[in-house]
Design a binder for this molecule. Structure first.
Ligand code: NAD
Length: 483
C-alpha cells in the first residue's frame, strides 16, 4: 500500500497499534485505491492517550516559554524541509492537487508553529494598582486539549490547533478525520523529533464515536473542532456537560460581493479562488457571488472562459489544477445539489458534469440566475459549485448577504475605498476580504460568527482560547474585618 503508516496512533512519543479497533480504509480519491489501513482507537488506546497527555502537561507548563518556543520553531523548520514528502502524502490522503499542497498545507502548518513560537515568550499578565493593595494576573494553560479535524486541510488544521495549545503550555490529543488519518501522524513525528516531550501531542484515529468519547473525557479541559455545523452542535453540547472551553470552526455559505466598478479580472480570480480551490472544499468559500447588474454579463463571460480552462486530473501531476472530491459520498452530495440547482431553474453556465472513469471528480460548475431562496444558495455544498446572483444597490446586497444562518466569511470587490470599508463594517462575518479572497495569513485572527462558530484561531486572539486568566489580589495593609 502506497502510504501505510507504521502504526495507527501516536501516543506518548511513539507509534502505537491496537488491531482490536475497527479497520479504517484510506482511499486515494483520484483513483479509488486503498492506500493505507488504520484502526480506530479502542477505549484502551484513548485512555493511554489522555493519561499520557495529562502526565506530560504539568512539566511542560512549568517550562520557560522560550523553551517551548524553541521546540515549536525546530518543528517548523523540519516541516519545511519535508514539504515535498508531506505534500505528496497530503495529496494522496485528500486528493488535493500537488500544485496546492506544495504551497498551502505543510507551509501553513509551519507558519503556525513559527508564529506561536514567536508569540509564546511575549504573553504576560497585567498589574492592577488598587491604592496600596494591588492585583496581578497570570495567563495559565487550560490543561489537556482535544483537537478534532475535518478532512479538507489535515496538516494545517492539526498545526493551527497544536501550535497555540503547545505554545501556551497545554497538551493535545488530536483526532483527525477518519477520511484523512495520515498527515497528522507525521506532524506528531516531527514535533517529537524537534524535542517535544512524550505525551504532549497524541494522535488517535476514529470517526465520530471516538471524537465523542474524547470530548466527554473528564480530564479534557478544552475542545477545538473544525467541522460541519451539525457536528458542531453535538460537540458543543457534549463539551457543555463538563463546562469545557470550546473553539468551533464550522461551515459557511459566504457572500462575495462584486460592485460594477471592480477590476473585472481580479473579481473573477477572487470568485474562482473562492469556489474552486481544493475542488471547492474550503469552509470560507464565497459560494454566493453577488454581481452588480451592470457588470453581470461581462463577469459571466470571463468566468465561463476561465473556468472551462481549469485542468482537472491526476492530483499528483503538478500541472493539474483541480483534483477530485474527498469521497464517493461527497461526490454524490455535490451531484445532487447540481441536479437540485437545475431543477430549481438556475442557469448552468459551465460544468455540472462528473467526468467518466475512476475518482470522485466534478467539473468546475457555475450557476447564474440563482435566487436567494434556492437550496443551492442557502446550504453549504462543499464542492466546486458557484452560485452567481444579481443585485442592484448596496443596501439590498448587504441585507441579502446577511440573510444566512452562517457567518464565517465575506468578500467585497470594488475600487471605491469608502464603500469597501462601509460594506465590510455591515457584513455579519468573522473574516472579511477587500479585493482579495480566502487568504488566511497566520497573523490574522480567523473564525466565524452565527452558526459558523465561536472562538478564533490564529493571530494573538488564539492565545485567549488556549489559556485562562488567574487573578491574584495582594493585601499590603492590615486585614479589616467587621467582627
Ligand atoms: P464533519 O463535521 O463531518 O467531521 C469533522 C470531524 O468531527 C471529524 O473528525 C469527525 O470524525 C468528527 N466527528 C463527527 N461526529 C462527531 C461527534 N459526535 N463527536 C466528536 N467528533 C465528531 O466535517 P467534515 O465533513 O470532516 O468537514 C467538512 C466541514 O468542515 C464543512 O462544513 C466545512 O465548512 C467545515 N470546515 C470548517 C473550517 C473552519 O475553520 N471554519 C475549516 C475546514 C472545514
Amino acid at each position: 500500500m502506497r502510504a501505510q503508516p507504521s502504526a495507527s496512533h501516536f501516543i506518548d512519543g511513539d507509534f502505537v497499534e491496537d488491531t482490536q479497533g475497527e479497520v479504517i480504509e484510506v482511499i486515494h480519491p483520484a483513483d479509488e485505491t486503498v492506500i493505507a489501513r488504520v484502526h480506530a482507537a479502542t477505549p484502551a488506546i484513548l485512555e493511554r492517550a489522555v493519561a499520557s497527555a495529562q502526565r506530560a502537561q504539568a512539566d511542560w507548563a512549568a517550562r520557560r516559554p522560550v523553551e517551548r518556543a524553541r521546540v515549536l520553531a525546530r518543528a517548523a523548520a523540519t516541516l519545511r524541509e519535508r514539504n515535498r514528502a508531506m505534500s505528496e502524502l497530503e495529496t494522496l490522503d485528500t486528493g488535493k492537487p500537488l500544485q496546492e499542497t506544495l504551497v498551502a498545507d505543510a507551509e501553513s502548518g509551519a507558519e503556525a508553529l513559527e508564529f506561536f513560537a514567536g508569540l509564546a515568550p511575549t504573553v504576560t499578565g497585567e498589574t492592577i494598582p488598587l491604592g496600596g493593595d494591588f492585583a496581578y494576573t497570570l495567563r495559565e494553560p487550560l490543561g489537556v486539549c482535544a483537537g478534532i479535524g475535518a478532512w479538507n486541510y489535515p496538516t494545517q488544521i492539526a498545526c493551527w490547533k497544536a501550535a497555540p495549545a503547545l505554545a501556551m503550555g497545554n497538551a493535545m490529543v488530536f483526532k483527525p478525520s477518519e477520511l484523512t488519518p495520515l498527515c497528522t501522524l507525521e506532524v506528531a513525528r516531527i514535533l517529537t523529533e524537534a524535542g517535544l516531550p512524550a505525551g504532549l501531542f497524541n494522535v488517535v484515529q476514529g470517526a465520530g464515536a471516538v471524537g465523542d468519547a474524547l470530548v466527554r473525557d473528564e480530564r479534557v479541559a478544552k475542545v477545538s473542532l473544525t467541522g460541519s455545523v451539525p457536528t458542531g452542535r453535538k460537540v458543543y453540547a457534549a463539551a457543555a456537560e463538563g463546562i469545557r472551553h470550546v473553539t468551533m470552526e464550522l461551515g459557511g455559505k459566504s457572500p462575495l460581493i462584486v460592485f460594477d466598478d471592480a477590476s473585472l479580472e481580479d473579481a473573477v480570480s477572487g470568485a474562482m479562488l473562492g469556489n474552486f480551490y481544493s475542488a471547492g472544499q474550503v469552509c470560507t468559500n464565497g459560494t454566493r457571488v453577488f454581481v452588480q447588474r451592470a457588470l453581470r454579463e461581462r463577469f459571466l463571460e470571463r468566468l465561463a472562459a476561465r473556468s472551462v480552462a481549469i485542468r482537472l486530473g491526476d492530483p499528483m501531476d503538478e500541472a493539474t489544477q483541480m483534483g477530485p472530491l474527498i469521497s464517493a459520498r461527497q461526490h454524490e452530495t455535490v451531484m445532487r445539489y447540481i441536479e437540485d440547482g437545475r431543477a430549481a431553474g438556475a442557469r448552468l453556465v459551465t460544468g455540472g458534469t462528473a467526468p467518466d472513469g475512476p475518482g470522485y471528480f466534478v467539473a468546475p460548475t457555475v450557476f447564474a440566475d440563482v435566487s436567494d431562496d434556492m437550496t443551492i444558495a442557502r446550504e453549504e455544498i462543499f464542492g466546486p459549485v458557484m452560485c452567481v446572483l444579481d443585485f442592484e444597490d448596496e443596501d439590498e446586497v448587504i441585507a441579502r448577504a446577511n440573510a444566512s444562518e452562517f457567518g464565517l466569511a465575506a468578500g467585497v470587490f470594488t475600487n471605491d475605498l469608502t464603500r469597501a470599508h462601509r460594506v465590510v463594517s455591515r457584513l455579519q462575518a468573522g473574516t472579511c476580504w477587500i479585493n482579495s479572497y480566502n487568504l488566511t495569513p497566520l497573523e490574522m485572527p480567523f473564525g466565524g460568527v452565527k452558526l459558523s462558530g465561536v472562538g478564533r484561531e490564529n493571530g494573538r486572539a488564539a492565545i485567549e482560547h488556549y489559556s485562562q486568566v488567574k487573578s491574584v489580589h495582594v493585601g499590603m495593609g492590615p486585614v479589616e474585618a467587621p467582627y
